[in-house]
Design a binder for this molecule. Structure first.
Ligand SMILES: Nc1ncnc2c1ncn2[C@@H]1O[C@H](COP(=O)(O)OP(=O)(O)OP(=O)(O)O)[C@@H](O)[C@H]1O
Ligand SMILES: [Mg+2]
Length: 410
C-alpha cells in the first residue's frame, strides 16, 4: 500500500489525472451547450482554452474528449503541435482517421473519394502544397471539405459529434499554415448543410462538429491580431486560472470520507485515508495550481506507508518538492516579456492595499499611469495572472505567493 504503483497523483504526465478537481464550468459547457447544440444542428462556436503552463488545458480537453468518446462520439486524439511542425499534415492524418470512424472510405460517392484523396495529399505534403503552387485547391479547402463530409456522416448517424482537439496551438508559428488551419476549421464549423424536413421543405443546419484549441495565452495574439475578427467570431476563448480551494477540497473528499481504494496485494482492496488537516494543507500549499496539487499529493503519498496521510506527511513531502514548485513558478515568470515581468514584480512589492495602476506605474519609473495600462490589461485579460480590481490583485496565486512570501517554504 502507498507505493509508486498505486499512487493516484500524476504531476506533469499528459494523462487525465485520477484525482480530478474543478473545471466544472468548462466540462458542463461541453456537455450542456456545445455537444447538444451541435447535435441539434444549431450554430455554436469552436472553443479556445488558453492559460499559463500547468493550469490543466491539455488535461481538461482530454477529459472532454474521453467523455465524448464514451458517449460514442468520434474524437481525434489530442493533436499536439511540436514547435515549428506543419500542423496541416498532423490535422490531415487525424481527419483521415475520423473519416474512417465515419465509414467514409467505404463510400463510392465521388465527392467523398475525392475529398479523401485530396486530404491524403495534404497529410503527405502539408503546407508545402501551397508553397509549391501545386495545381488544385489550397490545402484548407481539402481539409474543410473532408471535415464537412465527416460532419454529414455524423449527422446521418445521429447523436454523435466529431470532435477535434489541437493542443499547443501557440507552436503554429508559420503564418500561412495557421491561417489555413483556422479557416478550414472555422469554415467547417460555420458550414450549413441543407436537410429536408417532413413535408419536403429544405432547411439549413450546422453539422455536428466541435473543435477545441488549447495552448499558451500567446496564441491569442497570433490568432487575434493577425487573423482578426473572423477567428474571434468563430471561436470562443477562455483563459483558465487557478482552481478554487473549494474544488480542491472536494477533490480530496474521497480520501477524507471513504479513503482512496488501492489493491492490497492479497487480491483485496485497502483504503488510503487523509486527515481533514492533511487535505487542507495540500490545498493551501498548491495555491490552486493543478500541477502543484498533483505534486503535493504525490509527495504526501510517498511520505509514509501507513493507511492515513497526515498533515505532517504532507509538509514533509512538500519539503522535497519545494524546488520543483519554485521552478514551476519561475518558468511562468521567465516566459513573461520584460515589461510584464517588471509589472508583476512592482505590483508584488507594494502593500496589497496600495496596488493601484498609478502606484505600480510610478514604482516602475513611468511618468503616467496610462503608460502601464496596456501591460496591465494583457496580464489580466490575456494571461489571467492579475485582476484589475480596486485595488489590483493576483489571480495566479502561486505567482503571488512566490513574489510576496517565503512560499514554497511550508
Ligand atoms: N482539473 C484538474 N484536477 C487535478 N489535476 C489537474 C487538473 N487539470 C490538470 N491537472 C494536473 O495538472 C498538471 C498540468 O496539467 P496539463 O498538462 O493539462 O496543463 P497544461 O495547461 O496543458 O500545461 P502546459 O501549458 O505545460 O501544456 C498535470 O499533472 C495534471 O495531472
Ligand atoms: Mg498542455
Amino acid at each position: 500500500m502507498r507505493d509508486a504503483l498505486d499512487n493516484p497523483f500524476s504531476p506533469g504526465s499528459d494523462t487525465i489525472p485520477e484525482v480530478w478537481a474543478g473545471r466544472t464550468e468548462q466540462l458542463s459547457d461541453w456537455r450542456d451547450v456545445v455537444r447538444p447544440r451541435r447535435i441539434a444542428g444549431l450554430a455554436e462556436r469552436g472553443r479556445t482554452i488558453l492559460g499559463e503552463p500547468g493550469l490543466g488545458k491539455s488535461a481538461l480537453v482530454r477529459r472532454i474528449a474521453q467523455d465524448a468518446a464514451r458517449a460514442g462520439d468520434w474524437v481525434t486524439p489530442q493533436l499536439r503541435i511540436p514547435a515549428g511542425a506543419d500542423p496541416l499534415k498532423l490535422v490531415a492524418s487525424a481527419l483521415l482517421d475520423l473519416a474512417s470512424s465515419a465509414g467514409l472510405p467505404a463510400s463510392r460517392e465521388k465527392r467523398i473519394t475525392d475529398a479523401l484523396s485530396r486530404v491524403g495529399a495534404v497529410a503527405a505534403a502539408g503546407i508545402s502544397l501551397t508553397l509549391r503552387n501545386a495545381p488544385g485547391p489550397e490545402p484548407y479547402v481539402a481539409l474543410r471539405d473532408l471535415l464537412i463530409e465527416v460532419g454529414r456522416a455524423a449527422m446521418s448517424r445521429g447523436d454523435v459529434v466529431a470532435l477535434i482537439h489541437i493542443d499547443e496551438v501557440q507552436n503554429v508559428t508559420d503564418e500561412k499554415a495557421l491561417s489555413q488551419l483556422l479557416i478550414a476549421l472555422g469554415d467547417a464549423l460555420t458550414y450549413e448543410a441543407e436537410v429536408h424536413v417532413p413535408g419536403g421543405a429544405g432547411v439549413l443546419r450546422s453539422l455536428p462538429i466541435a473543435v477545441y484549441l488549447t495552448g499558451l495565452p500567446d496564441f491569442e495574439d497570433m490568432a487575434g491580431a493577425r487573423k482578426g475578427a473572423t477567428f474571434a467570431r468563430r471561436f470562443k476563448s477562455t483563459t483558465l486560472s487557478a482552481i478554487d480551494d473549494d474544488d480542491l477540497a472536494e477533490a480530496l473528499q474521497e480520501f477524507v470520507i471513504h479513503g482512496w481504494e488501492v489493491a492490497s496485494g492479497a487480491g483485496t482492496a485497502d483504503r488510503i485515508r487523509m486527515t481533514p488537516d492533511a487535505a487542507d494543507t495540500i490545498g493551501d500549499l498548491c495555491r490552486g495550481e493543478p500541477f502543484l496539487f498533483q505534486l503535493a499529493g504525490e509527495q504526501a503519498w510517498y511520505a509514509g506507508s501507513d493507511a492515513t496521510i497526515t498533515a505532517e506527511q504532507v509538509r514533509r513531502g512538500w519539503r522535497g518538492a519545494r524546488r520543483e514548485a519554485a521552478a514551476h513558478v519561475e518558468r511562468i515568470l521567465d516566459r513573461l516579456p520584460a515589461r510584464e515581468r517588471e509589472f508583476v514584480e512592482a505590483m508584488a512589492a507594494l502593500p496589497a492595499s496600495d496596488r493601484t495602476l498609478t502606484r505600480i506605474a510610478s514604482s516602475m519609473g513611468m511618468k503616467k499611469a496610462t503608460d502601464a495600462g496596456p501591460t496591465a490589461q494583457r496580464l489580466d485579460t490575456v494571461r489571467g495572472i492579475i485582476n484589475r480590481g480596486k485595488p489590483y490583485g493576483f489571480r495566479h496565486r502561486a505567482v503571488e505567493a512566490y513574489l510576496t512570501s517565503d512560499w514554497p517554504e511550508a
